[in-house]
Design a protein around this ligand. Structure first.
Ligand code: ZN
Length: 265
């Protein structure tokens, strides 16, 4: 899939991933986001949270740049849930029953990654990995293999719900990959951490999960990439956690989906 956007020398891309039907978290991210020109959604718009229709409507209002996630596929019947744990499967089933026919059709039409944007050179967007949309890239050696094969130096991905990046040096000194995770100062305030993208290196950058972070930080996660400054700004923002939890309980979704939000796990 190749997205056409208005060509300009500088584009600030708001990167949202793994919103997972958490409307409170999405609204907090949008309220706190630094200035941006376009939104790229890296998938898993739904699944787990209790506001799937609202989150789809809001996501569609933000723009048209999407990559589909595994939960998006499972909910609309494009994949089975044999690899999902029982809680995730229950959430898929619940979500499917909640969605309007229009929103189910919209999920079904979401594109497979990688996607690229006209006017934004050397960057691709995926849900899991460039090789496999359902692959979890968690460790540097996995990223090294993918980055060596990648046609572009910068890949944005989601799926793991872990905010951070893998950076690989491909110079004469040899090939190696290491992980980077933003070091925040607080556990409850809105904060940002900048990651400069250096030439001569290859990156897989994960903006983190808006709606169900799993890196031990309960705050909603997202990022903005400035193509001219070549800087990724990682963001964390507190949101109305209790309201999101109460909605999950009221919906009769598995209670673990509410409690895990407080732990960020
Ligand atoms: Zn996800």
């Amino acid at each position: 899939m190749f997205y056409k956007i208005i060509a300009r020398c500088s584009v600030r891309i708001l990167l949202l991933s793994d919103i997972h039907a958490n409307l409170e978290a999405l609204e907090a991210c949008l309220a706190a986001a630094p200035a941006y020109d376009v939104v790229m959604n890296l998938g898993d718009v739904v699944g787990y949270g209790a506001s799937p229709n609202e989150v789809i409507v809001q996501s569609r209002r933000l723009g048209q740049l999407f990559v589909r996630g595994n939960h998006d596929k499972a909910v609309c019947g494009l994949m089975d849930t044999l690899d999902f744990n029982p809680i995730a499967s229950a959430a898929v089933e619940w979500t499917r029953n909640q969605l309007t026919p229009e929103n189910l059709d919209w999920l079904r039409a979401l594109p497979h990654g990688p996607v690229t944007m006209e006017g934004v050179a050397d960057v691709q967007f995926v849900h899991g990995s460039p090789a496999d949309e359902d692959e979890y890239v968690v460790m540097p050696p996995e990223a090294l293999r993918l980055l060596e094969e990648s046609p572009v130096p910068l890949t944005f991905f989601g799926h793991t719900h872990l905010q951070g990046c893998f950076v690989t040096s491909m110079d004469a000194a040899g090939k190696q990959s290491e992980g980077f995770y933003p070091n925040y100062k607080t556990v409850g305030q809105a904060e940002t951490v900048d990651l400069p993208i250096r030439s001569g290196f290859r990156y897989m950058v994960n903006p983190g999960s808006v709606g169900q972070p799993r890196d031990g930080d309960w705050r909603a996660a997202f990022a903005v990439y400035d193509t001219e400054a070549r800087v990724v700004t990682y963001c964390r923002v507190p949101y109305k956690l209790q309201e999101a939890q109460e909605r999950i309980i009221a919906a009769n979704l598995p209670p673990r989906l509410a409690t895990r939000l407080a732990a960020g796990k």
